[in-house]
Design a protein around this ligand. Structure first.
Ligand code: CAO
Length: 538
């Protein structure tokens, strides 16, 4: 026996795209199982298996454009059963109609609509009363729309339509009792139907046969618990079973059908399942819908070119990394900034007095090394500023070393080289190291080791300007000192206003590790140290 080539049936339009391949080589399929899903400009449609059998080879892939008669897949022949089964199954166009069609077989559906019967599927019991008729002649319905509702002593169940089309005749009324195979409605189904329905099919179109070993009752209604585990098993092992109409609403709502539990026969996903899934998602607490549980709303994408010319440039890698770090710190660390100012009049006099000496030794003595020295002293005095919190925020880790990072502005973005053991170094050494590290940062020559191990950070905008700012803590450090431009201000000395050079200090801190009073004491201590640098010697 040679394998049978299954072809694309009449799909009611000139061409369609394969949007899903539901089977693979080796799969065992049953008649009516979905093989592929096609999408034309008019509709989405499944091509069902014409019979039970094994897939030998899939001849199409997602994205392929197909028309009626194109080779779809190869199915293993089943001892001549192919021809005999052809008329029963809604088979696609037979490859060689001349080869073996049974006399009553209609190999290919005409493009025009056909009248089909819909009969009661296997409902697990006989003579089940109709409690609701959901359609009337002339109704246009989609596949899986309920036709009637039946209520047995075990369960209430809907009989869904196996096709999309127009109801031409309703054969039942409320109060009738129905059994498997009873005629429910007649429907006019558009040309997408691959074969015409025989007048009295040996198997009703909506029959879903239970597995041989399964008691009939468990297959009767999708809502019955006994059917539940069976469906779960099927769901896990088979490709998604859903009709085009269901796939369409899933796409409209952006629902991943693999996450939806099908409540239809053989775990088929019904419209209601998608609707219930969407409802459940919408009623989930907001925090569960976003990563990290922070509930941060996404920034909208705005087309700025609507209002004028724009130019788009990619951020440097450094800026992208810095952006992430800033955001992480800003979101994780409860920031508070303590503002203060320090009288550095005498310090500045001393610094200027050292200019010649600095030049002589090739150094540049800015206020920064003095800040470093004063901060190192304060960090030793107040070790909670030279510390980090554990990620669980249940411990504080005090660092016995004093390494201070210095924010350096570079053309590519901000870098923070770390000056190690600041407490052990003199002013000249610190001044030289500041210059060397800033130069390395601007020339992209910093080694990873030179940017690690910090306990505290200084961000100096003193050479640029500004009166104060709120720096972002360089987490997991717990504090950062921002320095703005020193300015001469009139200060009351007890008898008169005197011009004093005042340095603005902005200390941002992690309020989980440091409280406000400690922060105020820290900046006061810095002010005291800087106002008379001799204090550092004490
Ligand atoms: N007040 C007044 N003048 C100041 C000052 C202050 N607080 N701090 C520095 N100056 C003066 C210096 O004394 C120097 O003048 P002189 O040459 O006359 O002495 C001049 O400003 C330039 O100093 P500098 O910038 O070359 O050196 P620095 O030691 O002050 O700073 C560095 C070095 C690397 C910190 C700095 O160049 C830098 O990159 N700062 C930017 C940091 C930054 O971007 N922070 C923001 C982080 S958050 O986005």
């Amino acid at each position: 026996m040679t394998d049978e080539i299954i072809k694309v049936p009449d799909i009611g339009s000139d061409g369609a795209e394969v949007i899903e391949v539901c089977v693979g080589a080796g799969d065992q399929v049953e008649a009516e199982d979905s093989l592929i899903v096609l999408e034309s400009d008019k509709a989405t449609m499944e091509v069902p298996a014409p019979r039970n059998g094994r897939i030998v080879e899939v001849l199409l892939k997602v994205g392929d454009k197909v028309s009626e008669g194109d080779d779809l897949l190869k199915m293993a022949a089943e001892g001549g059963a192919v021809a005999a089964e052809a008329p029963e199954a809604p088979a696609p166009v037979a490859e060689t109609p001349a080869a073996a069609p049974a006399p009553e077989a209609v190999p290919a559906a005409p493009a025009a609509s056909v009248i089909k019967e819909v009969r009661v599927p296997d409902i697990g019991s006989d003579n089940v009363p109709v409690i609701e008729v959901s359609v009337k002649p002339g109704d246009e319905i989609s596949e899986e729309d309920p036709l009637v509702t039946l209520e047995s002593d075990k369960a209430t169940m809907e009989v869904p339509s196996p096709f999309s089309g127009v109801v031409t005749e309703v054969k039942v009324k409320e109060g009738d009792t129905l059994s498997q195979g009873d005629l429910v409605v007649m429907m006019e189904v558009a040309g997408a139907a691959p074969v015409a329905q025989p007048a009295v099919p040996s198997q009703a179109p909506v029959v879903e046969k239970p597995a041989a070993s399964q008691p009939a009752a468990s297959a009767a209604a999708p809502t019955q618990p006994a059917a539940e585990s069976n469906r779960e098993l099927e769901q896990a092992n088979k490709s998604i079973h859903a009709g085009p109409a269901v796939r369409k609403i899933a796409r409209e709502f952006g629902v991943d059908l693999s996450l939806v539990r099908g409540s239809g026969p053989r775990s088929r996903i019904l419209k209601e399942d998608v609707q219930n899934y969407v409802k459940a998602k919408l009623s989930e607490p907001k925090s569960a819908q976003v990563s990290g549980g922070l509930g941060i709303p996404q920034m909208p994408a705005v087309d700025f070119s609507k209002w004028g010319e724009v130019e788009e440039k990619e951020l440097t890698r450094l800026r992208q990394v810095a952006a992430k770090n800033f955001q992480r710190s800003w979101l994780n660390v409860p920031h508070v900034t303590q503002f203060d100012e320090s009288d550095i009049t005498e310090l500045e006099d001393f610094r200027k007095s050292q200019k010649a000496a600095a030049q002589a030794r090739g150094s540049k003595l800015t206020p920064l090394p003095f800040m470093l020295k004063a901060c190192a002293y304060a960090l030793k005095e107040m070790p909670q500023f030279c510390a980090s919190l554990s990620p669980e925020v249940d411990r504080i880790i005090y660092k016995k070393y004093v390494n201070i990072g210095v924010a350096v502005d570079t053309p590519d973005g901000l870098l923070v080289p770390v000056i190690k053991d600041v407490d052990k170094k003199g002013l000249w050494e610190l001044a030289d190291e500041c210059v060397a590290l800033a130069e390395k940062a601007r020339n992209k020559q910093l080694k990873p080791d030179e940017m690690q191990g910090g306990c505290f950070t200084i961000s100096s905008l003193g050479s640029v300007g500004g009166t104060a700012f709120t720096p972002i803590v360089n987490a997991p450090e717990v504090a950062i000192l921002g320095i703005s431009k020193a300015e001469i201000k009139p200060k009351w000395n007890g008898t008169e206003f005197a011009p004093r050079l005042m340095l603005p200090l902005s200390l941002s801190y992690d309020h989980r590790a440091i409280n406000g009073a400690e922060a105020a004491r820290f900046t006061a201590l810095l002010g005291q140290l800087l106002s008379d640098i001799r204090n550092i010697l004490l």
